[in-house]
Design a binder for this molecule. Structure first.
Ligand code: ADP
Length: 385
């Protein structure tokens, strides 16, 4: 026990009676005097005391020294502090709450403004941007990132819009030809077999053209979405080139164009054979299409500095320098710019875009290596095994 119970006023002089000295409190003080830790709290009256007791001996007599200090001043101080806290803490909490609410509202108001602005941005006003009040703070950075996202979205929207507009334009022409040809043929009740044959030939050619454009559009849409399945396996590029040349031979024969193979042997490649075939056919098809009768088209495959280089060279009229930067763009046709009719069997201007995508899908590239009045060379570079 570190405390004692004594009656109130136990230490006033008149209480130092024989009863007091016989009381359990006094006996406890006496034992305190002999203990190694002679301090104790005494509960007496309202505040109590801190007591210190020691046994002293003088002139052969033993005395007990008892020092008592009232705890009243400390109790009062504690009481004051308690009352102050009881008053101040609720006020401080209230003020802190209000201040926090005010600060939170003030610092989050730009977020609310951004949110309401973002809610108004849609396909019709995709060019709108969020206001950036302070580009250096976190909210400014958020607004800048959001605006950059809108830039990318707007760009992709614009490309999609242009793609759809160009695609519909390209599809409209063969569809109109199909309908017109059928209407003209059916406008008279009777036609000669040769007239029917001629009409059907036109219908067949245009429907083939239509099917090719649709197939190309489908390829590009899937390629853009990263959904074109690429099935890679090992095959020899030189064998593929020889096979493609064989297929292109009939096209070249019609125009009396000489097809020259120039291929090294054993060019082992890992990739999608069907896509690579399509790439080479696109290039050969263009070379034959744009080379006048009697010309030459050369397909060369070789290995150089750890890369395969496949090039298609023709003796056509070349591509004007100002149009060269555009030939890989979708729907771009130099002939259209030069007002050549669309019914001459030309494509929709998608062949080179697809060919370039195929090269890039195989970690390679397709470039126009040379083009002048004596012909053009398209060159595909692919990583060698
Ligand atoms: P297209 O279906 O019109 O051939 P491409 O994307 O294959 O579309 O080619 C785009 C354009 O590039 C063609 O319209 C043509 O004007 C030009 N071009 C492509 N290859 C050749 C070539 N070998 N010689 C001349 N011009 C070419």
């Amino acid at each position: 026990m570190s405390s004692l119970e004594l009656p109130a006023g136990a230490f006033s002089i008149e209480h130092l009676t024989p009863e007091f000295f016989a009381s359990p409190g006094f006996l406890a003080l006496r034992s305190l005097a002999g203990s190694p830790r002679p301090f104790r709290t005494i509960h007496a009256g309202r505040s109590g005391f801190r007591a210190y007791a020691r046994t002293l001996s003088a002139a052969g007599r033993a005395y007990i020294l008892v020092v008592l200090q009232s705890r009243h001043p400390q109790q009062e101080l504690l009481q004051d502090i308690r009352s102050t806290f009881l008053l101040i803490i609720p006020i401080a909490l209230l003020l802190a709450g209000l201040g926090g609410y005010f600060l939170a509202r003030k610092s989050l108001s730009p977020v609310a403004a951004m949110a309401s602005k973002a809610r108004t941005i849609g396909a019709a006003n995709l060019h709108d941007r969020l206001g950036v009040s302070n580009p250096r703070d976190e909210l400014g950075q958020l607004a800048i990132s959001f605006n950059e996202l809108l830039d990318r979205l707007e760009d992709s929207f614009e490309r999609q819009r242009r793609f759809i507009a160009d695609a519909s334009h390209e599809l409209r022409t063969p569809a109109a030809i199909l309908r017109g040809e059928a209407e003209v043929t059916l406008s008279r009740p009777e036609r000669t077999p040769s007239e029917y044959r001629e009409a059907l030939t036109i219908l067949r050619d245009e429907s083939q053209r239509l099917a090719r454009i649709i197939e190309d559009l489908f390829t590009l849409t899937r390629a853009d979405a990263g959904q074109y399945p690429i099935t890679s396996r090992d095959f020899y590029l030189d064998e593929l080139a020889a096979d493609v040349l064989r297929h292109a031979r009939s096209l070249a024969l019609v125009k009396n164009i000489t097809l020259t193979p120039l291929t090294e042997a054993e060019l082992l490649f890992h990739g999608d054979e069907a896509l690579l075939r399509r790439l080479l056919l696109n290039l050969l098809d263009n070379a034959i299409k744009y080379t006048p009768a009697g010309g030459t088209v050369t397909l060369e495959c070789k290995k150089s500095s750890g890369q395969y280089i496949v090039s298609v060279t023709d003796t056509g009229p070349g591509i004007p320098p100002e149009l060269q930067p555009h030939i890989f763009e979708r729907f771009f046709r130099a002939d259209k710019v030069r007002s050549r009719p669309e019914t001459d069997g030309g494509g929709a201007g998608l062949g080179l875009s697809i060919a370039r995508w195929i090269a890039e899908a195989h970690h390679g590239r397709l470039e126009l290596a040379r083009s002048n009045a004596s012909g053009s060379t398209f060159s595909v570079t692919l990583p060698a095994l």
